[in-house]
Design a protein around this ligand. Structure first.
Ligand code: NAD
Length: 489
């Protein structure tokens, strides 16, 4: 395709394994349906890994993605080990692709599923949570991974979920968190959900604790509509949802950022099926349909999606979903693409036709809405400190007595905990202790303390031969306590 002012530039990578075949099929369908695209191709994956480029992508390819800001990506084969970085994670983080959107739909009775009316969209936060990758070994026994949840990060994803619901005539947005345990991190996500939900009175909203929510999703997915989640729960449950829809091979996904977006199938490069004209191109095609909506070509997206649904219900199936008695024709990748092309302009008769309007977060004219509220800094006061120690062969009472002798007048020892459980003063002999201790110091007068006070305390502790490994400041924000109590304290 040649560039013209009416064509939208996109970057395309054909990937590895079955990637080139399913990408060709997808592009053939898009072109036949009149997608207005100017395609720039880049190489990613195996060819680069074998050249020693461990990121799987060359700098010049980044230039294309940064220019077009729309990336349609076929799956790649990720070599095991050897310092190779996941290209998906790199792309998401580098481009700030905060929203992972995965529609999980069953196509009963044309594709086998236990949940014939399932139609759930998982909206997963993509950049924060335990995936910040900040991990440390702190003692002989204890390793730590930081779970980071931010207010703008939560607001962006929750607002995206509600905007998605509005743009796609969805009725309800559900939030899954574990805020009964993680009161600050998941608690913030839940709080922001409630605040944003109040701005969308026409959309029903609800919150579930993630464990029982996940069980309900696996058992009765038809009670959910759009579900928004922090990164880890979303990672796990979006695969569960795609699988129970009966069709991991039929799911596409969008990774949306403020400045760029990436679209793909959720499956991998299936190397054993490569080069045999067997693979099902549907997952990548559905990702490409999400891309068309994103770039404002709803008309083409709708045509392609409905032609694809008509192909499915006509029983024209690739090997992975072929079923005697339901399917009418077993076809290869190219023939499947040709069958979809032949149906462009047709509507499905039994499956529900799709209707696309504006892309989520944009008006019908393509204007982007503001996605998060600027932060107003609070009055922050330093009230104390948690000091973490690496100590072996010590009882809580011995450690408590030693630390008490090192405290300051305005930074007195309040409590020692081990793996979050209070062990001093008055701990239980039954509590198992590791070599990782948290000592909490606060000003008994309840007044703020200074950085210099904390440095003096740390000096006392270091001079006494104790190995301090980390500190966490205890602050109030506009007078509200910014730390949680130890269990049992
Ligand atoms: P896979 O998704 O490639 O394959 C799993 C199974 O599903 C296989 O039996 C395969 O034959 C079948 N399958 C997958 N897609 C199909 C399709 N379109 N049509 C028909 N059948 C299909 O998972 P895997 O085998 O675990 O991984 C293979 C490679 O893909 C690995 O190197 C992995 O790292 C990589 N991978 C890449 C991505 C990505 O690029 N986004 C995602 C997942 C896995």
């Amino acid at each position: 395709m040649t560039a013209s002012p009416n064509l939208v530039p996109i970057t395309v990578a054909r990937g590895d394994g079955i990637g080139p075949e399913i990408m060709q099929a997808t592009l053939d369908i898009l072109q036949a349906a009149g997608a207005r695209l100017a395609i720039e191709e880049i190489e990613i994956g195996e060819q680069l890994y074998t050249k020693g480029i461990l990121s799987g992508i060359e700098d010049s390819s980044w230039d294309s993605i940064l220019k077009t800001r729309v990336f349609l990506k076929a799956p790649i084969t990720t070599p095991q080990g050897g310092g190779v970085k996941s290209l998906n994670v790199t792309t998401r983080k580098t481009l700030g692709l905060y929203a992972n959107v995965r529609p999980c739909v069953s196509y009963h009775p044309f594709v086998r599923t236990k949940h014939p009316t399932m139609d759930v969209v998982i909206v997963r936060e993509n950049e924060e949570d335990l995936y910040a990758g900040i991990e440390h070994r702190q003692t002989d026994q204890v390793y730590q991974c930081l779970k980071l949840i931010s207010r703008p990060g939560s607001e962006k994803i929750v607002r995206y979920a509600f905007e998605y619901a509005v743009a796609n005539d969805r009725k309800k947005v559900t939030c899954f968190t574990k805020d009964n345990i993680m009161k600050f991190t998941d608690g913030l996500f839940h709080k922001v959900f409630d605040e944003v939900a109040a701005e969308y009175p026409d959309i029903e909203n609800e919150h579930w604790i993630v464990d029982i929510g996940a069980a309900k999703l696996a058992d009765s997915p038809e009670v959910f509509d759009v579900i928004v989640m922090p990164n880890l729960y979303g990672d796990i449950l979006s695969d569960v949802a795609a699988q129970i829809a009966g069709s991991v091979g039929l799911a596409g996904s969008a990774n949306i950022g403020e400045k760029a977006a990436m679209f793909e199938a959720i499956h991998g490069s299936a190397p054993r099926r490569a080069g045999q004209n067997m693979a099902n191109p549907s997952g990548l095609l559905l990702g490409a349909i999400q891309m068309l909506v994103h770039i404002g070509q709803h008309d083409v997206a709708q045509n392609v999606h409905n032609a694809w649904l008509k192909t499915l219900e006509d029983g024209v199936h690739t090997y992975d979903i072929f079923k005697e008695g339901v399917s009418t024709e077993k076809v290869g990748t190219r023939e499947f693409a040709a069958a979809v092309v032949a149906r462009v302009g047709q509507q499905p008769q039994k499956l529900k036709p799709v209707v696309y309007k504006a892309a989520p977060g944009k008006t019908a004219e393509g204007e982007a809405k503001p996605i998060y509220t600027p932060t107003v800094p609070a009055k922050k006061e330093l009230m104390g400190v948690d000091i973490f120690l690496h100590c072996i062969d010590v009882t809580p009472d011995e450690l408590g007595a030693k630390i008490k002798s090192l405290e300051l007048d305005n930074l007195a020892l309040q409590v020692i905990s081990n793996r979050g459980v209070k062990v001093y003063p008055k701990g239980f002999a039954e509590t198992f202790c590791t070599d990782h201790w948290r000592c909490r110091f606060l000003n008994p007068a309840g007044n703020p303390v200074s950085h210099a006070d904390i440095l003096r305390l740390l000096t006392n502790i270091g001079d006494a031969g104790l190995d301090f490994i980390k500190t966490e400041h205890l602050c109030t924000f506009d007078g509200v306590q910014g730390w949680t109590a130890a269990q049992g304290a």
